[in-house]
Design a protein around this ligand. Structure first.
Ligand SMILES: Cc1cc2nc3c(=O)[nH]c(=O)nc-3n(C[C@H](O)[C@H](O)[C@H](O)COP(=O)(O)O)c2cc1C
Length: 435
């Protein structure tokens, strides 16, 4: 399929906002994470404005390494994504519903069933963000002393996704014939046993649910390391990225397109959405003030953990927040790309731990008046390296309201954006239905 000729937008939905201290902003709703009415209003606002998808991130633990700083954040208190999106499905009519679920601490049969259910409930709007887990506390919730190694968890993920797709296909399209006269509900000739026996999973099948309306719910992925990118290239249909510069975004796209081609797929069948964290205000200066204000609301303990959590496997508790970061190596069983990115930034500009936290982990990357924000989006789009953005609003609802009311109309006037067409999420993304 050809790549889209207009910008697409997804929204990373954290009820209280994507910024670590967003919930403390004077105009933020601190109850947002658990308030279903708030989620419904937000979903409708984004749907009406032409967003393609709502995306809910997840880890199966409190979101960090240790509990000491988490009591100061909303990262320890949020709704399970598939449950939340199933509740939003009948309250919305078009927008895609994408839930994150890990292949490390689930079984394929359970997830195949849940995503097929979400696809049926929503009329073909489900997406699965396939992750392999990054937070060590997840392992401890599932009887493991340590998280799976990087290579092992991606090998498990590859087999997991194959099994899930096999289960979705284990009932052919049209297998449900529901023929009252003959008394045949499901055509036995169109229901298949999977009989999968692999290295990580043994699954008989078939799935106890008709084939999803989209054939397969859309697969989202965010692999960034060479192993992760190879996995994304094999299975990902929408790829999230978190580049630290436009040059890195262009470089990622070039490498990904090569990996996709090497995997025997058409690069036109893969969308790339980098994360966008906008702050929109009346003037550039006012927007910068909001970002500084958000930064000042982060407690020192949280700042320290922000870097440490993305860095992995190091003890930062004795480091001075206002001294340059010591020279750590790049080896980690956590996100290799994030650690490398942090190190490069810290070394390149001799940043202190505090500066690094504010620049990398608690940033907003596109800050200014609506025209400034639209200009930056247009500039990234012009590189041809992206198909859209996954927008994380630093605090809510104000930033979602301003982005939809002020930035999207400018992009529409410039001919860069229009609301998606189509019914299913696949159609809206310009992707083929799974054969
Ligand atoms: C925008 C974005 C959102 C992500 N959301 C999640 C998430 O919700 N849960 C999770 O476990 N990992 C999440 N990740 C991490 C990725 O799954 C992946 O581990 C990371 O990009 C590092 O890639 P690597 O595994 O190839 O090193 C996210 C990454 C990005 C860029």
């Amino acid at each position: 399929m050809p790549r889209p000729d207009h910008l697409q937008f997804g929204a990373l939905v954290h009820g209280s906002g994507g910024h670590i201290a967003g919930w403390r902003h004077p105009r933020a709703n601190p109850d947002g994470e658990l308030d279903i009415d708030f989620h419904v209003r937000l979903a409708r606002l984004l749907e009406d404005a032409g967003f393609t998808a709502l995306f809910v991130a997840d880890v199966v633990a409190v979101w960090g390494h240790q509990l000491d700083s988490l009591h100061r954040t909303t990262r320890a208190d949020y709704l399970e994504p598939i449950t939340l999106l199933a509740a939003l499905a009948p309250q919305t009519s078009r927008i895609g519903l994408v839930a994150t679920a890990t292949t490390s601490y689930n079984e394929p049969y359970n997830l195949a069933r849940k995503f097929a259910s979400l696809d049926h409930i929503s009329g073909g709007r489900a997406g699965w963000n396939v992750v392999t887990s990054v937070v060590p506390l997840e392992a401890a919730n599932f009887g493991r002393a340590e998280h799976f190694g990087h290579a092992e968890r991606y090998a498990r993920a590859a087999e997991f996704v194959d099994v899930v797709k096999g289960l979705w296909d284990s009932n052919a399209d049209g297998a449900l014939i529901r023929d009252k006269a003959s008394g045949v509900y499901i055509d036995p000739a169109r229901r298949f046993h999977l009989d999968h026996r692999g290295e990580h999973f043994t699954v008989a099948g078939p799935l106890n649910l008709a084939r999803p309306p989209q054939g397969h719910p859309v697969l989202f992925q965010a692999g960034a390391s060479p192993t992760g990118r190879a996995f994304a290239a094999r299975v990902g249909e929408v790829i999230f990225t978190a580049p630290v510069s436009v040059a890195e975004a262009v470089d990622y796209r070039t490498r990904l397109d090569a990996d996709v081609t090497a995997a025997g797929r058409d690069p036109g069948d893969v969308r790339v959405w980098p994360i966008l964290t906008p702050i929109v205000a009346d003037t550039d200066a006012e927007a910068a003030e909001i970002l500084a204000e958000l930064g000042s609301l982060i407690h020192d303990d949280v700042l320290r953990r922000l870097v440490q959590d993305n860095f992995g496997d190091e003890d930062f508790s004795d480091l001075d927040l206002d001294e340059p970061l010591p020279d750590f190596g790049t080896a980690t069983n956590r996100s290799q790309s994030r650690r490398a990115g942090l190190l490069a930034l810290a070394r390149g500009e001799q940043l202190t731990l505090r500066q690094l936290a504010l620049r990398f982990s608690a940033r907003a990357d596109t800050v200014g008046a609506a025209t400034t924000v639209a200009d930056r989006i247009a500039a990234v789009w012009a590189t041809g390296a992206v198909d859209g953005f996954n927008v994380s609003f630093p605090y809510l609802p104000e930033q979602a309201e301003r982005f939809t009311a002020e930035v999207l109309p400018i992009l529409a006037d410039r001919g860069l954006f229009r609301p998606p067409t189509g019914t299913t999420l696949r159609e809206q993304l310009g992707l083929e239905r799974a054969a």
